[in-house]
Design a protein around this ligand. Structure first.
Ligand SMILES: [Zn+2]
Ligand SMILES: [Zn+2]
Length: 118
């Protein structure tokens, strides 16, 4: 995890404590908590984004809706870095029956989109 100081100044953090920059500047080095990291990752995907961990815990995924209403899934590694291309799930009107208030998987969503798209 990068530290809060580096993130706020847009520096590349050496990710040890204290990190390279904080040791030089003498500032308190505090790694970003996982919750903060998730919040900041999610905000990059816009207001309609859903974050979850893969059941095998090898990484995370974000399901998000672009402004045109198309939904995508992005894969993230354990460091919250994007991996590969985003997968198109379909238009949100087709997957609107997916219950957001409980746990669901990417496969659930893809299947929901598929059943509507034929
Ligand atoms: Zn740092
Ligand atoms: Zn630091």
């Amino acid at each position: 995890m990068p530290c809060i100081q580096c993130r706020s100044k847009n520096l590349s953090c050496s990710e040890n404590t204290p990190c390279q920059w904080c040791s030089i500047s003498g500032e308190v080095c505090q790694p970003i908590s996982e919750a903060e990291q998730i919040r900041s990752v999610l905000s990059a995907f816009g207001p309609k984004a859903y974050f979850n961990e893969y059941p095998d815990k090898k990484g995370y995924f974000v399901i998000y809706t672009r402004q045109d209403g198309n939904m995508y899934v992005a894969n993230l590694n354990k460091q919250f870095k994007k991996v590969g291309e985003d997968k198109h799930l379909g238009h949100e009107s087709n997957v609107s029956n997916v219950p957001y208030n409980r746990q669901f998987t990417v496969e659930d969503l893809i299947n929901a989109g598929r059943s509507f798209n034929g």
